[in-house]
Ligand binder design. Structure first.
Ligand SMILES: *Cc1c(COP(=O)(O)O)cnc(C)c1O
Length: 403
């Protein structure tokens, strides 16, 4: 069922399905740490690589394999390995490939822990890291005018929904000898195809839209068969960031509804972005497919939907912003995203607190900036909730007078 001719909605339901001889309908859950052999000779042949036989769930498990096959066929990748978290995926993709003396070029607007790996962890191992403004091609060109081992980028970025031109950066990166790693979490496998734009490796947090129902953590790395088998797999096998078969099973079932959920969340997000743009209490709305997004043309070129997140600035700084957040009755304050429940985050005091004021200013994260992960509630209920909370936030005699 994994012929590439099937469309994404079909692959999400059927891709990678590997039935046992019990002919079960749903994917079987192999909650087992190890496997047994018919005899000593079979064990020997397995370890010699002469026969294919599961050995130990740190390096392979039938339920986990089904998830890897489903994600690979959906992404159009030759191979996939899943991990316990998205950060384990990013870490494994980077550290399996890099060595002392290498250079890494990364967009500045990265998920906080990815930023920490590049800025803090890599230099400890003698790996040079260079940050650029992801939207500025001239900075990529400058940084990649010298050899580099890896480029890491996130597009759209968290939380400012800034786009990187993946095709242009991949071309520059390849000329510099770099492997291009794209963190595609915000776009999901459905809205953006980094491999078609030139990426070599795609990483995901399965915690976000793939589970999408707030239950489990997971991560995935996708790439060419040779790189996955020879570079990534030995690292994963021997360092052990393996995904639990139970969590793999939950994510497999989550994927079955991924397209339904992401499509509806995108529709809700677009409607909410339009509502927010009308409100006098809001000074800026960022949504990739809106004409007032500074990179709308690029977003429409490399994505097939605007995504499930909306970022906006509430006028009146942190105080007004907190009044808004605290007045929400339906939308929860949380730092997660991609969930069926709408969640709202204040990046300056939570997810992006540690990067410091200067770096926040450089990224455009203000005291009134809010990141909204739009869920599956009725969009009319969401709009009513956001509107009443903005009413409550309004400081805002001046704002109204200026209207
Ligand atoms: C959440 C996230 C990660 C990390 O994933 P975890 O599953 O939380 O470890 C990495 N990159 C992006 C863009 C994310 O949103």
């Amino acid at each position: 069922m994994t012929r590439p001719s099937y469309r994404p909605a079909t692959l999400l339901v059927r891709g990678g399905l590997d039935r046992t001889n019990h002919a079960e309908t749903a994917e079987a859950l192999f909650l087992t740490s190890g496997f047994v052999y018919d005899d000593a000779a079979q064990a020997e042949a397995t370890f010699k690589g002469e026969i294919s036989h599961y050995q130990y769930s740190r390096f392979g498990n039938p339920t986990v394999s089904m998830l890897e096959a489903r994600l690979a066929t959906l992404e159009g990748a030759e191979a996939c390995r899943v991990t316990a978290t998205g950060m384990a995926a990013v870490h494994a993709a980077m550290l399996s490939h890099l060595k002392t003396g290498d250079r890494v070029v990364a967009s500045r607007a990265l998920f906080g822990s990815c930023h920490w790996i590049v800025s803090t962890l890599l230099p400890r191992y003698g790996i040079e890291s260079v940050f650029v403004d992801g939207a500025d091609l001239a900075q990529w060109q400058e940084a990649l005018s010298r050899p580099a081992a890896m480029v890491l980028l996130e597009s759209p970025s968290n939380p400012m929904l800034e786009m990187v031109d993946i095709a242009a950066v991949s071309k520059l990166a390849h000329e510099a000898g770099a492997l291009v790693v794209v963190d595609n979490v915000f776009a999901t496998p459905l809205l953006q195809k980094p491999f078609e734009l030139g990426a070599d490796v795609v990483v995901y947090s399965c915690t976000k839209h793939m589970d999408g129902q707030g239950r489990v953590l997971g991560g995935a790395v996708l790439g060419r068969r040779k790189w996955v088998d020879e570079v990534l797999q030995p690292f994963i096998r021997n360092t052990g960031p393996s995904l639990s078969p139970f969590n793999a099973w939950v994510i497999l079932k989550g994927l079955e509804t991924l397209k339904l959920r992401v499509d509806q969340m995108c529709r809700n997000a677009a409607a909410i972005a339009d509502l927010l743009a009308e409100r006098v209490e809001v000074s800026r709305v960022l949504y990739p497919f809106r004409p007032d997004h500074p990179q709308q043309a690029l977003a429409m070129r490399q994505m097939t939907g605007g995504g499930t997140l909306v970022t906006f600035d509430v006028k009146g700084g942190k105080e007004a912003c907190f009044r808004f957040l605290d007045a929400l009755r339906l939308v929860d304050v949380s730092n997660n995203l991609g969930d069926s429940k709408s969640l709202v985050t204040h990046p300056a005091t939570t997810t992006h607190m540690r990067i410091g004021e200067e770096e926040r200013a450089r990224l455009g994260i203000a005291e009134g900036t809010v990141r909204l992960s739009v869920g599956l509630e009725d969009v009319a209920d969401l709009i009513e909730d956001l509107a009443q909370a903005l009413d409550a936030a309004a400081p805002s005699q001046e704002a109204r007078a200026a209207e």
